[in-house]
Ligand binder design. Structure first.
Ligand code: GDP
Ligand code: MN
Length: 382
């Protein structure tokens, strides 16, 4: 789960990382009031779940409250790479002498958290990594050993920070960033830029904070930060119902049991010339209610023209799945053609239930390949 800049900064503040004073605003009037409270000048910053806002015109300086109001009016409602700006963060503007870059992310290949630090902050870190790789200092932390102050000192010395007072502040921030990263079960905490003011004060001017979804159950306060309005409505519905669902670009709804079979189903639909509308995994032991929930999510997608159910019953019993399909049809009046391939545990029983129900839009197929072909044909015919 990605957090907004203002949420990440709130967490930074709670872990003792210095940030600027600011207020959230959803209207130009609120932005004006925030600027009056904070004292000018301020920066007005679009709060969207994507980076590069500065280049896209989503960050503007304002010298007076009236100007803050005008800049907020420009930024609110702006579309930045498909994200509509609904909120702005109004922050007391900082004077900047230097911009550094500091992050800690989970490095899956090394199976360890990885710190990255460079004095060439502010711009795209990918650019720094490509153009001057030596300037980007990288350091893993062994999670069993944990973080030690020498990690921070090494990052700061290797990157070439020379001022002792600045070194001291950055070393402290690195330690606190590690605490925030571990304490919040984050997968990424990034500060770009980490600025040094002309007075030599170090402060986080931006925040990119990603929390591991699988750890949210133990952070109810973080789970509440999810911006439901900014997530895909179908994926939000799926999450609410506990359905594993990923929206794709095509028109054949795909439902399987188990991630492996579902991925293979997506491949087979593509192989026979179709375009999958989603990846939806019922998981093991899927009961009738699980099928009803999954079908509800898939059928809500306006792009879906046919639905392909591909079930191999191991733990999952095919008769349960068939009951779920019939119950969903009864409850929701789904009109899409549904192709069902049932195999494995209680498949005979499942097919018999479907046959006897005699629903006109349900078609059974014996193999995965035939089922995919049929679903693609039916999608094309709609
Ligand atoms: P991003 O473009 O989405 O990464 O947004 P940032 O929050 O990193 O801001 C982009 C750039 O705007 C920064 O690198 C700064 O150069 C500039 N900026 C942001 N806040 C301030 C501020 O308070 N004062 C000044 N002078 N510049 C700022
Ligand atoms: Mn930034």
């Amino acid at each position: 789960m990605d957090l907004h800049e203002y949420q990440g900064k709130e967490l930074f503040r709670s872990f003792g990382i210095p940030v600027s004073e600011g207020r959230l605003a959803t209207t130009p009037d609120e932005a004006r009031a925030a600027a009056e409270e904070l004292g000018e000048p301020v920066v007005v910053k679009a709060q969207i779940l994507t980076g590069g806002r500065g280049k896209a015109g989503g960050i503007k300086l304002a010298e007076t409250p009236a100007e803050a109001q005008a800049r907020a009016a420009e930024i609110l409602g702006m579309d930045i790479r498909g994200h509509t700006v609904e909120k702005v963060w109004v922050e007391r503007a900082s004077d900047i002498a230097h911009e550094h870059y500091l992050s800690i992310a989970f490095d899956r290949s090394a199976k360890r958290p990885l710190f990255m630090f460079t004095t060439q902050g502010g711009m795209d870190i990918e650019e720094v990594a490509a153009s001057s790789p030596d300037a980007l200092v990288r350091l893993h932390v062994d999670p069993l050993e944990g973080f030690h102050p020498w990690h921070a000192r090494r990052l700061v010395y290797q990157a070439g920070v020379e001022d002792p007072a600045e070194q001291k502040q950055i070393v402290a921030i690195i330690g606190k960033l590690y605490e925030a990263f571990v304490g919040c079960d984050a997968t990424l905490c990034e500060i770009n830029p980490l600025v040094v003011t002309p007075d030599g004060e170090v402060r986080a001017l931006d925040s990119k904070f990603t929390v591991d979804d699988n750890a949210l159950f133990r952070h109810p306060d973080l789970a509440e930060m999810r911006d439901v309005a900014a997530t895909d409505p179908l994926e939000a519905l799926a999450r609410e119902k506990g359905v594993t669902y990923v929206k794709l670009a095509g028109d054949v709804g795909v439902l399987g049991n188990g991630a492996g079979l579902t991925m293979a189903t997506v491949d087979v639909v593509t192989f026979v010339g179709g375009r999958p509308a989603d990846f939806c995994d019922l998981g093991g032991g899927g009961d009738a209610q699980g099928v009803v929930d999954a079908l509800e999510v898939i059928a809500k997608d306006p792009d879906v023209r046919s639905i392909f159910f591909n079930i191999f019953g191991g733990i999952t019993r095919c008769d349960e799945v068939a009951r779920g399909i019939l119950r969903a049809l009864g409850q929701m009046g789904i009109e899409h053609p549904i192709v069902v391939r049932l195999d494995g545990t209680n498949a005979e029983e499942g097919r018999r239930l479907l046959r006897e129900a005699d629903a006109t839009n349900v078609h059974t197929e014996a193999t995965m390949l035939d089922g995919a072909r049929r679903a693609v044909e039916l999608a094309a015919a709609v």
